[in-house]
Design a protein around this ligand. Structure first.
Ligand code: ZN
Length: 172
């Protein structure tokens, strides 16, 4: 894999003001399968708000680039190609739509859980990470899961028996 110090970002997406902050939006029509961002190959070993979990102790770092501004949605319009580390549209996206992915396809245990307001009929409400999903939702997300969470799913790992970090995890 060629190393990238910075992200490559399609001209069809742009960080724009949204809901008192900023969010990534489509500025042109995007076809299903289009590649929108190639993530920077910058990694950290602990998660924080802008990281994307790749493996147990490997997280793509927040670099202040476009990918940091992708909101979560329970039925999103992009996913992550974990081989290439690229953001890919999973359906057609109209100009003006928010670019969203499901954080639960890669994050095992989100450090700062939040309440999702995506409006989808499948909205889970509080988003806390794959660790906390029931079997039905785990299976639903299977096609998009990171290799790391796929291993967890295959091992039938539940959320309550594998935390070896020894504790200073903030509760709820
Ligand atoms: Zn939702």
């Amino acid at each position: 894999m060629e190393r990238r110090a910075r992200a490559w970002v399609s001209e069809k997406v742009e960080v724009q003001p949204y809901a008192g902050g900023q969010a990534l939006m489509a500025t042109a029509a995007i076809a299903a399968g289009e590649r929108l961002i190639a993530l920077a190959h910058v990694f950290v070993d602990l998660p924080h708000k802008y990281t994307i979990q790749i493996d147990e102790h490997l997280h793509q770092a927040g670099t202040g680039e476009a990918d940091d501004f992708m909101n979560h949605a329970c039925e999103p319009n992009v996913t992550i190609d974990f081989e290439a580390l690229e953001i890919v549209a999973i359906r057609e996206i109209r100009a003006g739509e928010l670019i969203t992915f499901n954080y639960n396809i890669c994050e095992w245990d989100i450090r700062a859980p939040f309440v999702c307001e995506c409006g989808s009929a499948r909205c889970l409400g509080e988003i806390r990470g794959f660790r906390y999903l029931d079997e039905v939702e785990r299976k639903r997300l299977e096609p998009w899961l990171s290799p790391y969470l796929r291993r967890k799913l295959g091992a039938g790992e539940r959320g309550d028996d594998d935390d070896t970090s020894g504790g200073a995890r903030a509760a709820g």
